[in-house]
Write a protein that binds this ligand. Structure first.
Ligand SMILES: [Zn+2]
Length: 258
């Protein structure tokens, strides 16, 4: 009743902006590469040039550490690293190696407020999870300390976990695992310093042990580097009785690609 066109458009725009961001982007912006922004003419996510820079991790890989092998040695093979230093979690799965386009996606989500990337990244993670997400009892993000959430505004791992829960229909437990101690950023620290930095940093919230006791859980993070953070988080989940722990990350930084 008497709304001028400009006001009506504004109302439609506001309504669109309240919808899930992926919808909104499809409707408002033409399809563009999620990394470089070039028009893609389709909804594949990345342009061919950026896509060619993505090294997707597929079998053959170590069944425990998820590290790709250059040769297929048969099924169920473990890497020398997994045998020499078994991780506290049951298995690690990651979408792609942490280089080029993948690094841009991770940084976009983490530091440049590109929360619109999370649905696509979560879809790729669901596939990389190799059935573990669909079969799990609960999905938990690696938490940030509350002071860091305050300064950054959101937790990128929680964002990925939220979309994974939406895609798989499995329960999301965003408040079960807590970061009880503020830690330094892991970037720039060596492997041993990273372990020291996050030791004892995580705990299952008091009274929430039943959330994970005897359960198959998927622990979600954006990047796997030395594994110190997810190992510390895994120990807290084990202490509360978690039966089976899959670590699922978007990127895996191998030694030569860090
Ligand atoms: Zn591109």
């Amino acid at each position: 009743m008497g709304l001028r066109l400009g006001e009506r458009l504004e109302t439609v725009r506001e309504r669109l902006l309240r919808r899930p961001l992926a919808y909104t982007l499809d409707l408002v912006f033409p399809p563009a590469c999620a990394v470089c922004g070039v028009a893609t003419g389709g909804h594949r996510g990345l342009c061919p040039k950026c896509w060619s820079g993505v090294r997707i991790i597929e079998r053959p890989y170590c069944e425990v550490l998820g590290v790709p092998f250059s040769h297929d040695l048969g099924s169920g093979i473990l890497s020398a690293e997994a045998i020499a230093n078994p991780p506290p979690f049951d298995r690690l799965r990651a979408v792609a190696l942490h280089d080029e386009a993948v690094r841009m996606l991770v940084h976009g989500l983490k530091y440049r407020d590109r929360t619109d990337l999370a649905p696509m990244m979560a879809r790729w993670m669901l596939r990389a999870g190799d059935g573990t997400v669909e079969r799990c009892d609960a999905i938990l993000p690696v938490p940030l300390h509350r002071s860091r959430i305050f300064s950054r505004g959101f937790n990128q791992s929680a964002e990925l976990a939220r979309h994974l829960a939406g895609l798989s229909g499995r329960p999301l437990l965003p408040a079960t695992l807590m970061r009880i101690r503020r830690t330094r950023q892991q970037v720039g620290l060596g492997a041993r310093a990273r372990e020291d930095n996050v030791r004892g940093a995580f705990a299952v919230a008091a009274g929430r042990e039943a959330d994970v006791a005897g359960k198959r859980v998927v622990l979600v993070d954006d990047v796997y580097t030395t594994g110190a953070t997810v190992a510390a988080a895994t120990r807290a989940l084990r202490k509360a009785g978690a039966a089976d722990i899959t670590v699922l990350t978007f990127a895996m930084a191998l030694a030569e690609t860090i």
